[in-house]
Design a protein around this ligand. Structure first.
Ligand code: ZN
Length: 283
C-alpha cells in the first residue's frame, strides 16, 4: 500500500554559491499542503511564478538540470531533489533568491541535514506511485537507459569513461531513506580536468572550486583531501539519476538500468515513460 505524503515540519534556510553561476543564493524550504508537490519560486524576481519540479518544466539538461516557467529559471536542482525524494518529502515550497540552487559541498548531504533540521510531517493523503507496466527504453548515441517493472525503486548504473575511477564501473541498489544517506548522499559532483577550461569559457563552473567539486585528472583527483570513497564519482551519478527521476513528482516503482548516465538521457527517459502512460490511458 502506498505510503502517506509528507512535508516539512518547519521552515529551514540554506545559503551558498551556485556551482555554475558562482552567485551566492539563499534558499528557504517551506512546508506545503498535500498534493502541492515540490515547487520552486524565484523570490528575487518581481512577479515570481510557481516552477514545479516536474519533467514538463525542464528547459535545459546540459551539465545540470534547469527548470523554467515563463522565462523564470532555476538550475542545478538535482541534488536537492534527490534528497527530497529519498527523504520522502513530497510537498515543499523552495524559495530561491537567485538563478541556481547552491552547490553546498557538491553533494546531497547538506540538503539532507537541512531536511533533518526542518523535520518531517506526515499528511492525510496517500502518495500515488508511478508504476511501470512494460519496459521503457531510450538511447542517445552510446548512452542507454531503461525502466523495467519492479515493486520498488532500484537502479543498475554503469559507466565507462577513460579514467581509472570511472572505467567499466557499476553500481546497483534499492532506494531507501537510510540507504541513500549511508551510500549516496555524500558523493560529490565531479568534472574532468580536461573539461574545466571549456566550462569556464562557456560561463559555467564559476562557483566550482575544490571545496565543491571533485576534479579528475590523470589517474586520480586534484582535490588535496582525495575522495570520500573510491566509487564517489560513480555514486554521484546515481544521485543525479535519482534527482532527475524525482521530476515525476511521485515515487517511481521501477528498476532503472542506465549505461552512461546523464541529465539529458534521464529527462528523455521520463518523457518516454510519460508518453507511454498517456497512450495507455487513452487506450
Ligand atoms: Zn550532480
Amino acid at each position: 500500500m502506498a505510503r502517506y505524503q509528507a512535508t516539512l515540519a518547519g521552515i529551514v534556510g540554506v545559503e551558498g554559491r551556485g556551482l555554475h553561476s558562482g552567485r551566492t543564493v539563499a534558499v528557504r524550504l517551506l512546508p506545503a499542503p498535500a498534493g502541492h508537490g515540490r515547487v520552486f519560486r524565484r523570490v528575487d524576481l518581481p512577479e515570481p511564478v510557481p516552477i514545479p519540479a516536474r519533467v514538463s518544466s525542464v528547459v535545459d539538461s546540459r551539465r545540470a538540470t534547469t527548470l523554467g516557467v515563463d522565462g523564470q529559471r532555476v538550475s542545478t536542482v538535482e541534488h536537492l531533489l534527490a534528497a527530497l525524494a529519498a527523504a520522502h518529502i513530497d510537498n515543499v515550497l523552495v524559495e530561491v533568491d537567485g538563478p541556481e540552487v547552491p552547490a553546498l559541498d557538491g553533494s546531497a548531504a547538506l540538503w539532507l541535514s537541512a531536511l533533518d533540521a526542518a523535520g518531517r510531517s506526515v499528511q492525510q493523503a496517500r502518495c500515488c506511485p508511478v508504476v511501470v507496466d512494460a519496459p521503457v527504453l531510450v538511447s542517445q548515441g552510446s548512452r542507454r537507459a531503461c525502466l523495467l517493472p519492479a515493486p520498488r525503486m532500484s537502479w543498475d548504473v554503469r559507466v565507462n569513461f577513460d579514467h581509472p575511477l570511472l572505467h567499466d564501473r557499476r553500481h546497483r541498489g534499492t532506494l531507501t531513506p537510510a540507504g541513500f544517506r549511508r551510500h549516496l548522499a555524500w558523493a560529490r559532483t565531479f568534472v574532468f580536468r580536461s573539461e574545466v577550461d571549456a566550462l569556464r569559457a562557456a560561463g559555467l563552473g564559476q562557483g566550482g572550486d575544490l571545496d565543491v567539486v571533485v576534479v579528475l585528472d590523470g589517474d586520480g583527483v586534484l582535490n588535496p583531501g582525495g575522495l570520500r570513497h573510491p566509487d564517489e564519482p560513480l555514486r554521484h551519478k546515481v544521485v543525479d539519476l535519482l534527482g532527475d527521476l524525482a521530476l515525476l513528482d511521485a515515487p517511481l516503482e521501477a528498476r532503472a538500468e542506465v549505461y552512461l548516465p546523464g541529465h539529458a538521457l534521464h529527462v528523455a527517459l521520463l518523457h518516454a515513460l510519460l508518453a507511454r502512460r498517456t497512450r495507455v490511458e487513452r487506450g
